[in-house]
Design a protein around this ligand. Structure first.
Ligand code: SF4
Length: 485
């Protein structure tokens, strides 16, 4: 599967996708399909655990794409049973950028009352402190993943059943977590008290499904029931869905960047299609940052809905000024330095006939390091554009994410070291404008904008306002925003 954005190394990278199902024959086959639909959330590795009453728990964990690993009959026959969970991974903790097989989820633990497998999307912000404590008390870790802490905390709990042990464990954990877990006969889903990462519940006949996004329900024909609420745990077995609320209630802070970039445009978030939200972001951007121009072009593919919104609002024609090579995978560009240096031209091509002599508005979802924005601008100018105006569908990304998204160190973020004017000069474009934080909030449905006293979303990567203190990072020297900044 090609990456969702052609410039993977200059984008924030989500993280993980999780999926689980109970109540169908050969559940693992459904999990494989669900993970395939969630592949944009992690392309490094994937795993599936299934349980069969006769054969017990089985697992397969592999590097690479779901379609390359979980489509052969031999692999899938090794995962029998009516209940299964799975995980696709881009490493955000553990062996970052160099995934080791021992870090590939789901993780499995054997407890006195039976086995349990667990798949986690997010990032535990006090994982290192917990790991130290657990190791001192005798735990033997198998991986470098933060998620394994949950298994060890469950092992230390004195509760009598697995869901209660999970409750105990997750009360000790800080940060962002959406979790899908299973026992021999229960499927369990949990979201952290702030609901930073998504998790939805679906129904397929008599079967129940949990997934990171609704697009993973669609692929198996399951019906979307509802989002798992922030702070909610659902325990699903043959008698149905039991809802629990094991955490102290807090105001939710869902990741606003899911609306901008991470989630698939055909998923539903907060009762609205992600595509519609992105189009609304483009409209808002056009209101906030108008400019006279001849055409509006998206940076494909992730800038497309916002570019359509910008065009609709401004009345400036939309044009596919940049064409993406759909079949340009990463592997092809890796072999030689010479080919690698061709860079963006291998992945994108400018539609010269549309661009020549035009004043072009380029709409992209975000600017991270800014390296690719510069290259795209050069390509547009080389094709004969008269002017280039960048419009960005998110506010300046000036802070790292510690909640399950891979972000460069703060000093590598263009917006951390430059003002908007300096970024415009650095990119050498005629104009550069980002949507405001309030504008983004309006576009996602908050008519009054951001409630600064009690923000409705997590927007830490834009605002520096971290809803959960990143304890491990502070210990390593990360400096929180000061009152003066
Ligand atoms: S810091 Fe940004 S990317 Fe991370 S959870 Fe918050 S809004 Fe999402």
């Amino acid at each position: 599967m090609p990456p969702a954005h052609p410039f993977d190394d200059d984008k924030l990278k989500e993280e993980c996708g999780i999926f689980g199902i109970i109540g169908v024959a050969d559940a693992a086959n459904f999990v494989a399909l669900g993970l395939h639909a969630l592949q944009h959330r992690g392309q490094e590795a994937g795993g599936i655990v299934a349980h069969d009453p006769e054969q017990g728990f089985n697992s397969v964990r592999r590097f690479g794409y779901v379609r390359d690993n979980f489509t052969s009959a031999k692999v899938m026959e090794a995962l029998p049973g009516p209940i299964a969970i799975g995980h696709v991974r881009y490493s955000t903790a553990g062996s970052k950028g160099q995934t080791a097989m021992r870090d590939v989820q789901p993780f499995f633990g054997e407890f006195s009352m039976g086995g349990a497998a667990i798949a986690h999307n997010g990032n535990i912000t006090n994982a290192e402190a917990l790991r130290r404590e657990l190791i001192e008390r005798g735990s033997i870790f198998q991986s470098s993943s933060d998620s394994e802490c949950i298994i060890h905390l469950m092992a230390r709990s004195l509760q009598r059943d697995i869901p209660e042990r999970m409750e105990d464990a997750l009360r000790r954990v800080e940060g962002a977590f959406s979790v899908v877990a299973m026992t021999a006969n229960q499927l369990i889903g949990v979201r952290d008290p702030l609901g930073v990462r998504p998790l939805v519940l679906g129904r397929l006949g008599e079967a129940w499904v949990l997934a990171s996004e609704t697009c993973a329900l669609d692929i198996i024909g399951a019906e979307f029931q509802r989002e798992i609420e922030p702070g909610e745990m659902v325990v699903i077995d043959e008698s149905g869905v039991e809802s629990r609320h094991p955490f102290r209630a807090r105001r939710p802070r869902f990741c606003i960047f899911e609306h901008v970039y991470f989630s698939r445009p055909d998923s539903i978030l907060g009762g609205r299609s992600v595509y519609e939200t992105r189009e609304a972001i483009g409209r808002e951007l056009a209101k906030e940052a108008p400019v006279e121009a001849d055409i509006v072009c998206p940076v494909p593919d992730s800038g497309t809905p916002a570019a359509i919104g910008y065009s609709l609002e401004s009345g400036i024609p939309y044009a596919m000024g940049i064409i993406r090579n759909q079949y340009m995978g990463r592997t092809f560009i890796e072999p030689t330095e010479q080919i690698r240096n061709m860079g963006v031209r291998l992945k994108l091509n400018v539609n010269r006939a549309l661009i020549r002599g035009k004043r072009v508005i380029l709409v992209d979802d975000s600017v991270v390091r800014g390296t690719t924005s510069r290259k795209i601008k050069e390509m547009i100018l080389d094709a004969g554009a008269k002017e280039v105006h960048f419009r960005i569908a998110s506010p300046p990304t000036a802070w790292p994410c510690f909640y399950g998204v891979d972000t460069p160190q703060r000093e590598k973020l263009l917006a951390a070291t430059m003002t908007e004017e300096e970024m415009r000069d650095h990119l050498a474009v005629d104009s550069l404008k980002f949507i405001s934080l309030d504008g983004l909030y309006r576009a996602v449905g908050e008519a009054q904008g951001r409630d600064n006293a009690c923000p409705q979303y997590c927007d830490a990567c834009f605002s520096g306002d971290y809803p959960v203190e990143p304890a491990d990072m502070i210990e390593k020297g990360f400096r929180l925003k000061t009152a003066a900044e």
